[in-house]
Design a protein around this ligand. Structure first.
Ligand code: OAD
Length: 259
């Protein structure tokens, strides 16, 4: 990575207290979780309309659950990578850091991030289609497909936002509030094409934040980002972290060693 870019980023971060980070499938790719639109992306192999829509679930809940059960099996053994770990460790460096994620794998919490907004839900949660109650479901493979609510017997569905569904309004409101009040917003490993998440970095930029994008390739966001860092999140975030800590120490601040 270009050293000048790293310098200007550390300068931007030096005075920042409030950070927001929007993450997408790319940050979990190095942990072994498939992305959606990349070379081996899920939407290259499967049709979203037959697996990730309310209509698909109505038509064939068994098929939809088999697909989610397979994905849960893929994600179960996976652990956070250095990208997730750096974001969790930044809780020691910044007064306020929030992670807004489109990922449903739960890896940010596993890494230790405490302020996480899961915009698209969580694959380890299920929701009763009758009562709307949300509960944890950690067994994989599932003992029964499709699973049913232990309280009322109705079908359970994955607690995930499907195509054509609205996001939870209060989570979305929180995500916009975090984006519009932060001083630096990172967009990490997202193709920035799925709305409304893709609008968050733009909202941050309009409100005066510096927008920093980390991705293997340019996206529709790149043109409006203040700094674009091309590469793997699991390489670039640790690089930024090391430089940031060096600078803080040089400025007399007592900072713990990095993750
Ligand atoms: P995508 O699969 O659309 O995009 C992944 C992005 O990560 C691409 O821009 C890649 O270039 C980049 N990338 C891949 N590996 C990377 C790495 N190691 N480091 C940095 N960048 C990397 O995933 P999302 O943008 O998250 O929705 O997709 C958004 C939503 O679309 C998902 O949440 C999902 C999907 O349909 C739901 O399931 C509701």
């Amino acid at each position: 990575m270009n050293d000048d870019k790293l310098d200007s980023l550390t300068e931007v971060l030096a005075g920042a207290r409030r950070i927001a980070v929007l993450t997408g499938a790319g940050i979990s790719a190095e942990s072994g979780v498939p992305t959606f639109r990349g070379k081996d992306g899920l939407w290259r192999q499967y049709r979203a309309e037959t697996l990730a829509t309310p209509e698909a679930f109505e038509r064939d809940p068994t098929l939809v659950w088999q697909w989610y059960d397979w994905r849960r099996g893929l994600i179960a053994p996976v652990v956070p990578n250095p990208g997730h770990r750096v974001l969790a460790a930044w809780q020691d460096l910044f007064e306020d850091i929030a992670v807004i994620t489109q990922n449903v794998d739960g890896l940010h919490e596993k890494a230790g991030s405490r302020n996480v907004v899961e915009l698209h839900g969580n694959i380890w949660k299920v929701r009763c289609t009758r009562e709307g109650t949300v509960s944890e479901s950690l067994l994989t493979p599932l003992p029964e497909i499709p699973p049913r609510c232990p309280d009322c017997g109705a079908l359970l569905r994955p607690h995930i936002v499907w195509f054509g569904e609205a996001l939870d309004a209060s989570l979305l409101e929180r995500a916009f509030a975090l984006s519009e009040t932060c001083q630096v917003m990172f967009a990490v490993g997202t193709s920035a094409v799925v709305q409304p998440a893709a609008s968050l970095p733009c909202a941050a930029g309009r409100a005066g934040a510096k927008v920093v994008e980390i991705n293997l390739e340019p996206t529709p966001l790149t043109r409006s980002a203040d700094i674009f860092l091309r590469g793997k999140a699991g390489d670039i975030l640790p690089l930024i972290d090391r430089r940031l800590r060096e600078n803080m120490r040089a400025g007399g601040r007592d900072v713990p060693p990095g993750p």
